[in-house]
Design a protein around this ligand. Structure first.
Ligand SMILES: NCc1[nH]cc(CCC(=O)O)c1CC(=O)O
Length: 317
């Protein structure tokens, strides 16, 4: 008699979107490769969990409000013991984790840039005044309006297929997605161009995948240690510390990017933008000998500086 539940050694929880599924499979494959005891067919189960963010498709995420739109239901399954680890796009993970949960693993980070996608134009600069760009991200909308005040932005959600159809129908002239997502879906050709970080600073942790587990689960923790990328973890830690410092402000568009320089130092850039694009504040920190602790300290410091400079007016606008 074969009973699959006997053979399952590890249960991965994930959202069901094509991108989330690709990420979960990547983690399963890496674990199976690193640990012979997980390599047998069926040793790692993948459980799909629907989140609030997956159910509400007709509104901007900022409008639905609250934190953890893509994580809450998965957190509950993890803490309730229905799954042993959860794979997340770190961009969607709130900066404060529920009690008893840890984030021991960040995979090697993908391309951090946003993709410009249009059937008519090669870049924002080519677009005539009044052209319409669809995005559900307050950060992308605000960054576009800040740099190109003559362009129009509208709220626009959906997967790659839906967006391409809407572009073809002419509902919008361009849309944006993360390069990382397109690459993981094996659809890099969908990007008309990658937008340089200087032109559009990415979201905190864009392009990074993180894995959460129960704090007490040493078995899973040990299995995962082979998968962590320390450099990516330090970068994400710096950016998330900045976000956490600014957090009361969940409607303020925030962007941040930590990068290693050729000399080994880390450069952290953080920006906040008014939703209508009318004002933008930037700051930067250089981190010598970056590690998790000094990256977090630099991020907190940068976030606090912007919070102070922006004041309550900017932050809750
Ligand atoms: N919920 C949106 C989301 N969360 C993570 C990604 C992309 C992948 C990544 O940044 O790691 C996306 C889609 C997008 O912005 O295009």
């Amino acid at each position: 008699m074969t009973n699959t539940s006997d053979t399952v050694k590890l249960r991965i929880g994930t959202r069901g979107s094509p991108l989330a599924m690709a990420q979960a499979h990547e983690v399963r494959d890496k674990l199976a490769k690193a640990h012979p005891e997980l390599a047998a067919e069926g040793a790692i189960a993948i459980t799909v969990i629907t989140t609030t963010g997956d159910k509400i498709l007709d509104r901007a995420l900022s409008e639905i409000g609250g934190k953890g739109l893509f994580t809450k239901e998965i957190d509950d399954a993890l803490m309730g013991g229905e799954i042993d680890l959860a794979v997340h796009s770190m961009k969607d993970v709130p900066t404060v984790l529920p009690d008893g949960m840890i984030l021991p693993t960040i995979l090697p980070r993908e391309d951090v840039r946003d993709a410009f996608i249009s059937l008519k134009y090669k870049s924002f600069a080519e677009m005539p005044a009044g052209s319409v760009i669809g995005s559900a991200s307050l950060r992308r909308q605000a960054m576009i309006l800040n740099k190109y005040p003559d362009l129009k932005v509208v709220t626009f959600r959906g997967n790659v297929q839906t967006r391409l159809r809407k572009l073809e129908e002419g509902q919008v002239d361009a849309t944006l997605l993360a390069m990382a997502g397109l690459n993981r879906l094996n659809r890099p050709e969908v990007a008309t161009a990658a937008i340089a970080e200087d032109d559009m600073l990415p979201a905190v942790a864009q392009g990074a995948i993180g894995i959460t587990i129960r704090e007490t689960d040493n078995q899973t923790h040990n299995w995962l240690s082979a998968l962590n990328c320390p450099a990516s973890a330090i970068r994400v830690t710096a950016e998330r510390a900045a976000l956490r410092a600014l957090d009361g402000s969940c409607r303020t568009p925030i962007a941040a990017l930590a990068e290693y320089l050729p000399d080994g130092r880390m450069r952290l850039r953080v920006s906040i933008v008014r939703p209508d694009g009318s004002e933008r504040l930037d700051t930067e920190r250089m981190i010598d000998d970056p590690d998790l602790a000094n990256a977090a300290a630099a991020g907190t410091d940068a976030g606090n500086e912007l919070k102070e400079r922006g004041g309550s007016d900017f932050i809750s606008a």
